[in-house]
Design a protein around this ligand. Structure first.
Ligand code: SF4
Length: 165
């Protein structure tokens, strides 16, 4: 199956309740064979509007910070643990995460990243696969708001950049 065929499958998914309130599915984007894959919690309103991951304020901040450390957004794969927006941007429920995880596992198998960067608490549910390094970093939305977290986030992205050089 190609990535396009796979994305078409996600588009018609109704395995949990989240599709009902969404305008668009947000499967994720980035090249096959990306060294780094980012996994966030869920698409927000901006992502739901455009069907693209991390395009709102925190996504722009993530893209800008990556660029500052020499990582091009177009070189990494970015997705979320669930592929549809949550009501009021709430944390996805456990059953929603469980229903959506097979898509994330399939994406990891397609992309075969060396490093998976987990953005925020819910991303911790990402299955661990041998041979992949997992790095937990502060969510960019928290890094934008709090100075101390911003400093730590920047250090974490700096470390990531060094590892993939
Ligand atoms: S969040 Fe995932 S499991 Fe739930 S409907 Fe969307 S694609 Fe399907």
């Amino acid at each position: 199956m190609s990535m396009e065929e796979f994305n078409t499958q996600i588009c018609s998914c109704q395995k949990c309740r989240l599709w009902k309130g969404a305008k668009h599915v947000v499967p994720g984007e980035g090249p096959l064979g990306a060294k780094v894959m980012f996994v966030g919690q869920n698409p927000g309103a901006d992502e739901d509007e455009l069907g693209r991951p991390f395009v709102g304020r925190s996504g722009k901040y993530l893209t800008k910070t990556l660029a500052e450390y020499g990582i091009k957004r177009e070189d990494v794969f970015i997705t979320n643990i669930v592929k549809h927006v949550s009501p009021e941007n709430r944390k996805p429920f456990d059953d929603e995460i469980r229903a959506c995880l097979p898509y994330l596992i399939a994406q990891i198998n397609f992309i075969k990243p060396k490093i998976i960067v987990l953005l925020g608490a819910s991303a911790k549910e990402t299955p661990r696969i041998d041979g992949i390094e997992y790095i937990q970093v502060i969510h960019p939305s928290a890094a934008m708001r709090f100075t101390k977290m911003r400093e730590k986030f920047r250090c974490q992205i700096n470390e990531l950049a060094k590892r993939i050089q």
